[in-house]
Ligand binder design. Structure first.
Ligand code: SAM
Length: 244
């Protein structure tokens, strides 16, 4: 999607929220509900912003303006709205980077044969979402220490509940140190793969693996390409990496 120059995304999102608010009031909706719906629309439109701050500004613009202008009578609970919107913007920020598609249950079948790891080896699902990739990794490597890092707090919380045997934390996978890991697993998007290859080259120890579901990196030559049970390819790269 072409990126709109700033502040056009904000202006568009606020106009959308105001338009919706007016239309809902016109249709006879209770003002508090109209406020909620229009604010939610503004928060969804925050994906148009290119940084987290801009997204927060887009999401908060309409509710704050409606308050300050007196256009809407805020109910008591409405003071929680900005917090709720920020909580929404946060996961949207990560979804924009890689939408939440989970790893299918047996997508990694055959991985442990191609990339055997010693018991206790550390594996990382970088961007672990709700934990489906962690489960597939555990199935392949029952004796490994499975770690996950996830940008979105709500997803991280649900993931930790679903995978109590894994070490799941909130964080940015690009700022996470990959050096302790014998295998780093990714299910991201094609645009992320060049950056992932560069990070793997810089940080993974000799013998360690970079494994990507579906998306390959053209920067490195794969050691193997598996065909997961659902037909998606699984790309395996091993350090020291060979250039493509
Ligand atoms: C396609 S989903 C894959 C989820 C999981 N790995 C799986 O295979 O089931 C990508 C996940 O990466 C997360 N993500 C995107 N960018 C991230 C970043 N910079 N740091 C941490 N997580 C990120 C998203 O929030 C999303 O949950």
């Amino acid at each position: 999607m072409p990126r709109l120059p700033w502040p056009l995304p904000a202006v568009l999102a606020w106009a959308l929220a105001w338009g919706l608010f007016r239309a809902l009031l016109g249709a006879g909706m209770a003002p508090a509900l109209a406020l909620l719906m229009a604010s939610a629309a503004g928060a969804l439109a925050s994906v148009l912003g290119s940084t987290l701050w801009r997204r927060a500004l887009i999401a908060l613009g309409f509710p704050m303006a409606s308050l300050l202008s007196g256009a809407a009578q805020w109910p008591a609970w409405a003071w929680l709205l900005p917090l709720a919107l920020l909580a929404l913007v946060y996961p949207l920020n990560a979804w924009r980077d890689a939408p939440l598609f989970p790893t299918p249950a047996d997508a990694l079948r055959g991985l442990a044969t191609q990339a055997p790891l010693p018991a206790g080896a550390r594996v990382l699902d970088a961007g672990c979402g709700l934990g489906h990739g962690l489960q597939a990794l555990r199935w392949m490597y029952p004796q490994a220490e499975v770690h996950g890092v996830e940008w979105s707090w709500p997803l991280r919380l649900v993931c930790a509940l679903r995978c109590p045997w894994a070490r799941v934390r909130q964080g940015d996978m690009w700022r996470t140190d990959w050096r302790p890991y014998a295998l780093v697993y990714l299910f991201q998007r094609p645009e992320s793969m060049a950056r992932a290859a560069a990070k793997a080259e810089a940080e993974l120890a000799p013998g360690a693996w970079l494994v990507s579901l579906e998306f390959e990196t053209t920067a490195l030559r794969p050691v193997a390409r598996l065909q997961g049970a659902d037909g998606r390819p699984v790309w395996l790269y091993q350090a020291p990496f060979r250039k493509a």
